[in-house]
Design a binder for this molecule. Structure first.
Ligand SMILES: Cc1cc2nc3c(=O)[nH]c(=O)nc-3n(C[C@H](O)[C@H](O)[C@H](O)COP(=O)(O)O)c2cc1C
Length: 177
């Protein structure tokens, strides 16, 4: 490889930029990632002293069919970063259309996130949010560092699919089909 300068990429009048170039580029990186439409999940688990933990997550994805694995990423700034350790079971709650209020509540720091949220008793006591599209009850299979997040790989031990319509997230906004 020669040490040539990279040719600029311009498409439809827009110039490609390095996402780490400056503060404006870092903001644009978030907007660019936000163009990837996703579903919305809430990850639930318990602390060692049985306090309920929940957080809204859209980095969820499928990973492997055999063995059955899923993955998602957790920011190292969130208090829940200490949870989801190899000994901690957790559940993926795939939110249904109409559960936007719960998605917002589960993304808010501080207050009791479970206030006014009805839950079912899941595997090993992990709370499951009532009325979701699907539930994936997991053990932590692996955890890897990834910049300012950790990647958590879950081994799915039990699942339930209600077939409801999902809640969607795109460009910073909740949506439905
Ligand atoms: C739609 C949406 C998706 C989110 N996805 C993630 C995610 O994938 N990983 C993550 O660490 N935080 C994600 N968050 C932010 C967390 O939900 C939020 O930081 C956390 O719940 C704050 O509560 P805590 O301070 O009690 O941890 C997301 C928030 C929203 C609204």
């Amino acid at each position: 490889m020669t040490n040539q300068a990279i040719k600029p990429l311009v498409f439809e009048g827009i110039t490609a930029v390095d996402p780490a170039a400056d503060e404006a580029a870092r903001r644009e990186f978030r907007r660019c990632l936000g163009q990837f439409a996703t579903g919305v999940t809430v990850m639930t688990t318990m602390t060692p002293d049985s306090a309920r933990v929940g957080m809204t997550v859209n980095s969820f994805n499928s990973l492997s069919l055999d063995p059955p694995l899923i993955l998602w990423s957790i920011a190292n700034t969130t208090p829940a970063f200490q949870c989801f350790q190899p000994q901690d079971p957790f559940a993926v709650n795939v939110l249904a259309s109409g559960q936007e209020t719960w998605a917002r509540q589960m993304a808010r720091s501080g207050a009791d996130k479970f206030q006014d949220i009805s839950v079912l008793d899941g595997r090993r006591g992990i709370p499951l949010l009532h009325g979701c599209v699907a539930y994936l009850e997991c053990d932590v299979w692996a955890r890897y560092p990834g910049g300012d997040h950790d990647i958590i790989v879950g081994h799915v031990k039990r699942m339930l699919n209600t077939g409801k319509d999902p809640l969607l997230f795109h460009n910073g906004a909740f949506r439905s089909f």
